[in-house]
Design a protein around this ligand. Structure first.
Ligand code: AMP
Length: 278
């Protein structure tokens, strides 16, 4: 695995692959790799001839300076974790490679970025959409692999790829969970032991709520009960808990498939998100 830090070196690598007629898959990450990220790498390896993993803690998608400062940075162990996967390139651009002086363009996906995480993290999805567009262009990839854990992000990325004619397939991969159902996330390392023990209450509440909605219980009642269950499990705040259509993420007051229940909640000073398909 070659570690590349500049656009020019990346271009040289991808141009050679292109000349040989090889396809390229990309897995964008912010590092602090865990099994969730590695499942995307496995999916990419099974689809594309060449695989690029990108590692960039994108300052533009953090609306909170403390969250950016606290974000784990573990470049050496990330490279080690990728070792067994025979990834071709680990691309780690410096912020000034991504955003040189005078950088002035923002990619903004209207509509889908309203509500859910978009309502609570102003500017977040513009930061995501801008960096993902740049990474798609820089890596010249045919396919990109994203986790369903960040479901609103996945739908935004699908939309920007379509709208901007980027000729890249955006592939959503299932959320990887611990044995107790807790979704893997780079932020989980910030949880104390009590919070970690309480944390699976979030997904348990989603599972129970999805089962009740599927059984025909009124959505508003179910969501109220699920909010209470999440707080009773040890979470300090439920930022949102909503039923939305998968396509277009429209708010739903009655079930319609495919739909998702999506949640963001705080525990031990850490904001966690999760979702479940109905
Ligand atoms: P991040 O490094 O948190 O920006 O995540 C990079 C990619 O990994 C995104 O596409 C995420 O949706 C995906 N991802 C994060 N956690 C998981 C998980 N538990 N299961 C599957 N994919 C995940």
């Amino acid at each position: 695995m070659k570690i590349i830090r500049t656009r020019a070196d990346l271009r040289a690598a991808t141009a050679a692959w292109r000349q040989a007629g090889e396809s390229i898959g990309v897995v964008p990450t912010m590092g602090a790799l865990h099994e969730g990220h590695l499942s995307l790498v496995t999916a990419a390896k099974s689809t594309a001839d060449r695989v690029i993993v990108t590692l960039f803690v994108n300052p533009r998608q953090f609306n909170n300076a403390a969250d950016l400062a606290a974000y784990p940075r573990t470049e050496t162990s990330d490279a080690e974790k990728l070792g067994p996967f025979a990834v071709d390139v680990l691309y780690i651009p410096d912020p000034d490679q991504m955003y040189p002086k005078g950088f002035a363009t923002t990619v903004s996906v209207g509509g889908l970025d309203q509500g859910l995480c978009g309502a609570h993290r102003p500017g977040h999805f513009d930061g995501v959409a801008t960096v993902v567009t740049k990474l798609f262009i820089q890596t010249d990839a045919d396919a990109a692999f994203f986790g369903e854990k960040d479901f609103q992000q996945l739908q935004i990325v699908r939309t920007l790829a379509r709208d901007l004619d980027l000729h890249i397939r955006v592939i959503g991969c299932p959320t990887v969970r611990e044995a107790d159902g807790f979704a893997l996330s780079s932020r989980n390392v910030r949880l104390g032991s009590k919070a970690r023990a309480d944390a699976p209450g979030l997904y348990r509440a989603l599972q129970a709520a999805a089962a009740r909605i599927n059984a025909g219980d009124p959505v508003a009642d179910v969501i109220g009960a699920a909010r209470a269950a999440i707080l009773a499990a040890g979470y300090t705040e439920v930022e949102y808990l909503e039923l939305r259509s998968e396509d277009g993420l429209e708010p739903l007051t009655a079930p319609r498939t495919p739909a998702r229940l999506l949640v963001a909640a705080w525990i031990d000073g850490v904001r966690l998100i999760d979702n479940i398909r109905l």
